[in-house]
Design a protein around this ligand. Sequence first.
Ligand code: PEP
Ligand code: MG
Length: 799
Amino acid sequence: MSSRDTANVLWFDELHREDVNLVGGKSSSLGEMTSSMDVPVPFGFATTAHAYRYFMDATGLNDKVNALLQGIKDYENSDELHSACEQIRNLIVNAEMPADLADNIKQAYADLAKKVGQDDPFVAIRSSATAEDLPNASFAGQQESYLNIKGADDVVNRVQECYSSLFTDRATYYRHKQNFPYEKVALSAAVQMMVFSKASGIMFSVNVANGDDSKIVIDGIYGLGEYIVLGKVTPDHFVVDKDSLKIVEKNIIKQPVQLMRVADGGTVEQVVPDDLQGKQVLTDEQVIELAGYAKKIEAHYGCYMDMEYALDVNTNRLWIVQARPETVWSQRNKDKKKSDDGHVVAEADAEVAVRGLPASPGLSSGVVHVIDSPKDIDQFKQGEVLVTLMTSPDWVPAMKKAAAIVTNNGGMTCHAAIVSREMQIPCIVGTKSRNLAATDALKTGDVVTVDAKNGIVYRGKVASLLDKDKPAAGAAGQVVAAETFAPTATGVMMNLGDPELADKYSSLPADGIGLMREEFLWTTYIHEHPLYLIEQGHPEKVVNMLANGIAKVTRAMAPRPVVLRLSDFKSSEYRKLKGGDKYEPHEPADLLGWRGASRYYDPKYINAFKLELAAVKKVRNEFGLKNLNIMIPFVRTVDEAEKVTSIIRGEGLIRSADFKVYMMAEIPSNIILADKFNQFVDGYSIGSNDLAMLILGCDRNNDTVASLFDERNLAVKRAIRHLIAAAHKDGKTVSICGQAPSEYPEFTNFLIQSGIDYVSVNPDMVKETKRNVAHFEQRIILDKMTGRGLQDPTDYSWE
Ligand code: PEP
Ligand code: MG
């Protein structure tokens, strides 16, 4: 054994990527970049896996941990899992670290202080598990990080906390699911100099929206990166061409708030100063500098990489704070390449006619029609390949008919690129920049195959290529873009009914769950009235069953946010639960009766409401599923909002950066008094079902008036516009979870034009809505570019 194998501490500049067994993925990756590459990484050291094993042996914890893990009979039982994991974590945190190990760590911290010339420097301590960060086994985010740590004793304590974080409920559950034996897992703590971020973000060496590996994508926000992960602010988005390191796409977003670190170690949300809002978070030079690092890191590792960076407030220096293999596209593109290899001969035989920039992905074949002037576009036929110098708005009728578009000029943001992406037509632009203009290389009547993913036009019909893309063929014989989803400024969320479907639907490209109706948990798992269960002496049944059901969904969706809407049964529905008869009034119109918030503070129901909240606490605090947020339905008055939110707070659920309390906006009073409701919530979700009912006076369950029930009525739309404006005034978000956008896709266009932040739709509409949102957002940009103004001339103001 070399001395490295038995060292308790190793410095980053002694470490290499193959040292995963010594220090885990994260530390070895930080080490590799420090020791072998020219990229800026905050300096530090790592405690080793050997040190962890020594700690576990010397303290006698191994046997105890093994026994506790073996005692878990059912990993799906959150209570059982949690109880075992909690005991393990307590054992680890409370154990006495062997003195020689503690001394080694303290000495390394003292040496670090000397190296950087500061007494007791602030450090970040990050867990690095040996099962973590390996390609195809991304357990990312399941182990803790501690920031702003100072002083040798605290460093030692946090290292021990890192050890315990190997046994969070979630990490333990995942390892079990992945059959990853406990003995093979060890934990290293990376202790590195703090970067005090004024901006930070993530970058990938592959465009994660569509798998295009000729691009680097960089997202950036002001302050700490947590707000990207939490989705609290939408980051600036940059796309950089990997070859030329030129920025080819920029999407600058106004960011109202930032999370900043404070001196004592905590964090605080601050308003982004006016002069910075709407300004690029990173300068072009910084974007290019980062892209250069991304390119180097990818070349060094030989695979697509997922990286985090930070911009230091004091030095204005960029630092790479994390780099790990990207897992999704690495696999997908590898699979694709394998299948491509099966057709290599056919492709190799095909003659390349011209090359250009792949502006809108897809593959299509057809007969070329070269058109020089828009006055000739009426000669253009459906399914032909449009070849021209450049398009402009008056070309759109021909573009709509095209199987593919190829232009001489233009870059990724030119008219042809934007419009073809919007129409999902394969498009290659800028062929002239690749030496040969399309209008010279191709003539009317030529048959070609346009591979717009790779920017190549082949002569003839390359059947092998086209066959591969067949499932994506459009109705008119065109080939539409492959199933990739562009990032959108408006979040697309999913409404989830049946919790049993959470696993299945979690693979949909939704940004989270915008509405999880708690009623489904009662009817799926509990079946008994909460007040009846309380009377029977079993309130814990409510808490446990609710918590397990909620955990099923939040776990399936993690780390994406889930909004649980607290109970909104009507009395007739509650009555059907066992024992419900005794507690539920007979109401003439229960849609307008004892429902939603009105129950929560009522002495007759408040104890049951507290059980709902206890279940939420259990999921967040005990199961560690912090992606859970809540929503209050049917809040009739501001007074109700105040009462209910104060009960929520009183039960220990405090609104914060990572715990949101939303309110359904589904009663006209919610809209009219939005300015007054704002103070009690983080945002709203529009319940267009109830809202349309109550604005139009049209019972949503009454067939006789069904033809009059229409969320697209101007009165409803005006209400929605008003709400969004009033909410945004106070920095509150607005989503929608009623049926309107699922039923009428065009409604989403109205919502986007009105400035909505999220749209939550039924699972079967997620993909279509995701595409529609990208398309509608592009249309808005396009309308602005072409000066056409917004397409909808309706007057939505009501004042
Ligand atoms: C709504 O009212 O639009 C809504 C989503 O809630 P529910 O349909 O459950 O009343
Ligand atoms: Mg409703």
